[in-house]
Design a protein around this ligand. Structure first.
Ligand SMILES: [Zn+2]
Ligand SMILES: [Zn+2]
Ligand SMILES: [Zn+2]
Ligand SMILES: [Zn+2]
Length: 386
C-alpha cells in the first residue's frame, strides 16, 4: 500500500468554503461547529497557556460508520522553550468524527452538471438550524468567556483576553459596539500569534528509483541527492573530514542507518510535510519512517492502548521536519521549536467519540504524539562541519 504524502501549498479561496479542510496553521475549522474544542483540553503542561493549532487533517474511514467524517487536530505550544521536555507535555493530538447521516451537515448536489451519480458531485453544507458556538477571537477554540466591558469579544481563556487586549482591543472596546473585526493592524497582530496557514494537498508517494540494486550501506550524498536542510556537498565534505581526521575516528562506524534510510526515502520527494500511512478499507499500514535508530517508541508502553476501547494504537501519520520551514520560526533562537519527526498513533477502531451534545470537550478523543529527534551522532557531524 503506497504511503500518501502531504505537501504545503499557499492558501486559496477554496479553503474558506471547504467544510473538511486539511491544513497547517490558522484557526481550526471544527468538524462540528456546535462543539468546538475547549481550551482546557489543550493547555500546555509547561507554561499552562492554550496551545496553538499546528495542523488539522481530514482522514475519513470506512469503518465504523461514525468515522465517515473524521478529523485529526494537532496542537503545539508556540513557546519554543516548552519543547525541550517530553512532547506530550507541549503537544496534543485529538480525534473527532461524524457519521454520514448527522444533524450538522446536509448533502447538496453540486451544479457542475455531468456525472450526477458520482459521489464527487455531492457537497456538504451546514444544516439550516445549526448554530455555531462562539469562538475565541485569538485562537478559534471555544469562546466560553466574554470581554466584561463590551460583552461581544469572546475568548477561550483569560490569557487570550489579555493577548487580544494588548493586540488592539484596548482601543476598540470602550465603545458600546466595537467593530466586528478589529483594525487591520489588530488582525495582523492576532494572526502572528498563530502558525502561518497553508493548505495540505496529498499525493501518492512516487516509487523509489531501483537503480542501486545492491543494498550496501549508502553514505549520504554519494548519489548526489540533497539532504534535509543541508546541501549534498556539505554532507560530502563532512564525510570526507570524518574520514581524514584522527579526532573524528570512529564516527563513521557510528553511522545511523535509520537516518540514512530516511534521507534516501525523502529525497525522492523532498518537499513532503506529511506521510500518511493508513488507507480506508485496508488493514495494511505503512511503518513510520524513523529519523534515527534511537528514540523509537515501544508500542504498549510509550504508545499506550486506547483508553476508551482498549485497542492497540496504530501508527497513522507523521509530520516531517520540512514542515518547520513553513512555520516562520526564529531558527536563530536555540530554544526554537524543533523535531526530527512527529509520529501520530491513533485508535485503529475509530471508537466512538462521546459526550452529551453540547459545546465542550467531550467530542474529542486524545490520541498519542511521539517526537523523534535527529540522533546526537548526526548533530555531532553537523557540529564538525561548522
Ligand atoms: Zn507552553
Ligand atoms: Zn483562545
Ligand atoms: Zn471588549
Ligand atoms: Zn479506541
Amino acid at each position: 500500500m503506497p504511503t500518501t504524502l502531504g505537501y504545503a501549498e499557499p492558501v486559496d479561496e477554496e479553503l474558506e468554503d471547504d467544510p473538511f479542510p486539511s491544513k497547517i496553521g490558522g484557526k481550526p475549522k471544527w468538524l462540528d461547529p456546535t462543539r468546538p474544542l475547549a481550551a482546557d483540553q489543550v493547555l500546555c503542561d509547561e507554561c499552562t497557556k492554550p496551545m496553538t493549532m499546528l495542523l488539522q487533517l481530514s482522514a475519513p474511514e470506512d469503518e465504523p460508520a461514525e468515522a465517515f467524517h473524521r478529523m485529526i487536530y494537532v496542537f503545539a505550544c508556540r513557546n519554543g522553550a516548552c519543547h525541550t521536555t517530553d512532547a506530550k507535555r507541549c503537544m496534543r493530538v485529538l480525534r473527532t468524527q461524524l457519521a454520514e447521516k448527522n444533524a450538522i451537515y446536509r448533502e447538496q448536489a453540486c451544479d457542475h452538471g455531468a456525472g450526477a451519480d458520482s459521489n464527487d458531485d455531492i457537497e456538504w453544507v451546514l444544516a439550516d438550524h445549526v448554530k455555531a458556538a462562539p469562538l475565541c477571537a485569538v485562537c478559534g477554540l471555544l469562546g466560553n468567556k466574554a470581554c466584561s466591558r463590551c460583552h461581544t469579544r469572546r475568548y477561550c481563556s483569560r490569557n487570550h483576553q489579555m493577548e487580544d487586549w494588548n493586540a488592539g482591543h484596548r482601543t476598540e472596546c470602550p465603545s458600546d459596539k466595537p467593530p466586528e473585526k478589529g483594525s487591520l493592524d489588530h488582525e495582523q497582530r492576532l494572526r502572528n500569534l498563530l502558525y502561518p496557514e497553508w493548505v495540505i494537498v496529498s499525493e501518492e508517494e512516487p516509487l523509489l528509483a531501483k537503480d542501486d540494486d545492491d543494498d550496501n550501506d549508502v553514505i549520504a550524498g554519494d548519489n548526489g541527492g540533497a539532504s534535509i536542510g543541508e546541501s549534498a556537498e556539505a554532507e560530502n565534505a563532512v564525510e570526507v573530514s570524518a574520514r581524514t581526521s584522527e579526532d573524528l575516528e570512529g564516527l563513521e562506524v557510528d553511522v545511523d542507518d535509520a537516518f540514512m534510510a530516511f534521507q534516501q526515502r525523502v529525497q525522492v520527494s523532498p518537499d513532503q510535510v506529511i506521510r500518511y500511512a493508513r488507507s480506508p478499507g485496508s488493514d495494511e499500514v505503512d511503518e513510520p519512517l524513523f529519523v534515527s535508530n534511537t528514540e523509537q517508541p515501544e508500542i504498549g508502553t510509550d504508545i499506550p492502548s486506547c483508553e476508551q476501547c482498549g485497542a492497540t494504537r496504530q501508527f497513522e501519520f507523521q509530520i516531517m521536519p520540512q514542515m518547520l520551514n513553513h512555520l516562520l520560526l526564529d531558527t536563530a533562537d536555540p530554544a526554537s521549536i524543533d523535531w526530527g519527526t512527529l509520529l501520530v498513533y491513533s485508535c485503529p477502531k475509530n471508537c466512538a467519540v462521546g459526550g452529551p451534545p453540547q459545546a465542550g470537550s467531550l467530542a474529542y478523543v486524545p490520541e498519542i504524539i511521539w517526537r523523534q529527534n535527529f540522533s546526537s551522532h548526526r548533530a555531532r557531524l553537523r557540529d564538525a562541519s561548522t
